[in-house]
Write a protein that binds this ligand. Structure first.
Ligand SMILES: Cc1ncc(COP(=O)(O)O)c(C=O)c1O
Length: 461
């Protein structure tokens, strides 16, 4: 199909994230015009179930008037206000208080930023600031994991464990170190149980810490469920092992809840689902249901105190963004949390997640599906060329991207990730009926994909 006028204007002017910009000149963008509930509509009026909640973010779906009205009211009352040098405003204060109230660990103070990347860059700076404040000036390395996703700014991209975020950007910086990705499906040895695999991950983490020197490591950062790296759900006992090893060596845990925060895994936070207490936490995305950009770092009382003391010693806490705690974004985030509580969204997730997981796991029987995993309202399937040997398609065959295109034809938006893993992360407000429709469309997509793979002779006989 020739490109529409809007598509041509786009191709000539917009530099798109995460896009092969050469190929894109031929295909152009899919232009989304509007959204309502769990659906979005393209420029031709075709409807799609948005099974990724955008970028794992619009928990309330599209078209929530209460949020739109809150933004408009706040914009009329105080369109901008900042938190530098002692200024403040009610939306930022009330939001910080609310976050302290709902956090799954004791929180001293809350720092506001605008994106998950900024929150995680802030985490790195806080870890270094705290090490210097304690006189532990060698303690600067941050542990992350292969396939982790923590963002794209210089520090957070350094902690992201994906080659495409490093290649040609001269990253990662030298402070980042990577432990293994705890992917049981591919990483387990024959006959190894999940608990045994987790114990091995724990032992390997400890070996890495000892090789680097515990006195050189300022923190470890981890997503409860690894998102953009492929929706890697932690195997049984994994976080118990991580916490045991970190505690033994006095290394704080930074919990990146940018995707898992606010109900995604069936609890308010992933830390509760996996039973750990971090030293600090990054949140974004569902914090405002993505209606406006806002993120936050929640600091333990001890970390808050040390940051406060160091700012007193050197004269200031020299960090902050113009839009840190922006009043309109803060008011919308506060209203978002009020809506989550009023509608008992976490209760709703618990109610509908069993159906979501049942339909998801049933896909494991399909000839193209190697793994079908998830927790709460997040999950993924992995497309494989050979189920028995767990062999992936050659990347050049673009199996994931092809699946994504077939899905779009069926009126379904999913996200193909590295290794042909197809992510699902629908708005948390999704109903059982809509979950049924989502998986009906997904099953039709799988059938088309199987025809394609058979025609192209890509699958094992
Ligand atoms: C776990 C996690 N951390 C951080 C980020 C970065 O957030 P942002 O894109 O808002 O910078 C993301 C984005 O997907 C994420 O999934």
């Amino acid at each position: 199909m020739p490109l529409s006028n809007a598509q041509m204007r786009d191709v000539q002017s917009v530099l798109h994230p995460y896009t092969n910009l050469v190929k894109f000149r031929e295909t152009g963008p899919m232009i989304i015009e509007r959204g309502q509930g769990v659906r979005v509509y393209d420029e031709h009026g075709k409807d799609y179930i948005e099974a990724m909640a955008g970028l794992w973010c619009t928990a309330l779906g599209w078209g929530d008037n209460e949020l739109a009205e809150t933004a408009a009211e706040q914009m009329k009352k105080l369109a901008f206000g900042h938190l530098f040098g002692g200024k403040s405003h009610e939306p930022a204060i009330a939001l910080a208080e609310k976050l302290k109230e709902i956090a799954p660990f004791p929180v001293g103070k809350v720092f506001f930023a605008n994106s998950g990347s900024e929150a995680n860059d802030t985490q790195v700076k806080l870890a270094w600031y705290a090490s210097n404040a304690r006189g532990l000036t060698k303690k600067k390395k941050i542990l992350s994991r292969t396939k982790a996703y923590h963002g794209v700014t210089l520090a957070s991209a350094s902690l992201t464990g994906l080659a495409n975020n490093h290649r040609s950007f001269d990253l990662p910086f030298d402070f980042a170190r990577f432990a293994e990705c705890p992917h049981y499906y591919h990483g387990a040895e024959p006959g190894e149980s999940e608990m045994q695999f987790s114990a091995r991950m724990g032992a390997n983490l400890e070996a890495l810490i000892l090789a680097e020197g515990p006195d050189t490591i300022a923190a470890m950062i981890a997503e409860p469920v690894m998102g953009a790296g492929g929706v890697i759900v932690p195997p049984e006992g994994y976080f118990d092992q991580v916490v045991r090893v970190l505690e033994k060596h006095g290394i704080p845990l930074i919990d990146d809840e940018v995707i898992t925060g606010f109900g995604r895994t069936g609890n308010w936070f992933g830390a509760t689902t996996y039973g750990f207490e971090p030293e600090s936490m990054s949140i974004a995305k569902a914090l405002s249901s993505a209606y406006l950009p806002i993120s936050a770092v929640l600091l333990s009382p001890e970390l808050s105190d040390i940051v406060e003391q160091e700012s007193g010693r050197i004269g200031t806490f020299g960090h902050g963004f113009t839009y840190s705690g922006h009043p309109v974004a803060a008011a919308v985030a506060l209203k978002t949390i009020e809506i989550y509580q009023r509608r008992d969204l976490v209760g709703h997730v618990r109610h509908v997640a069993p159906l979501f997981q049942k339909r998801l796991r049933a896909l494991a029987d399909h000839p193209l599906v190697g793994e079908a995993v998830g927790v709460g309202l997040i999950g993924a399937i992995e497309l494989v060329a050979d189920k028995k040997t767990k062999t992936n398609f050659e990347p050049a065959k673009q199996a994931g991207a092809t699946f994504g295109n077939f899905a779009q034809d069926e009126g379904l938006i999913v996200r193909p990730l590295l290794g042909d893993r197809i992510a699902l992360c629908p708005p948390l407000v999704i109903t059982e009926e809509e979950i049924g429709e989502l998986f009906d469309r997904l099953e039709r997509t799988l059938a088309k994909s199987l025809d394609w793979a058979t025609r192209e002779k890509l699958i094992a006989a």
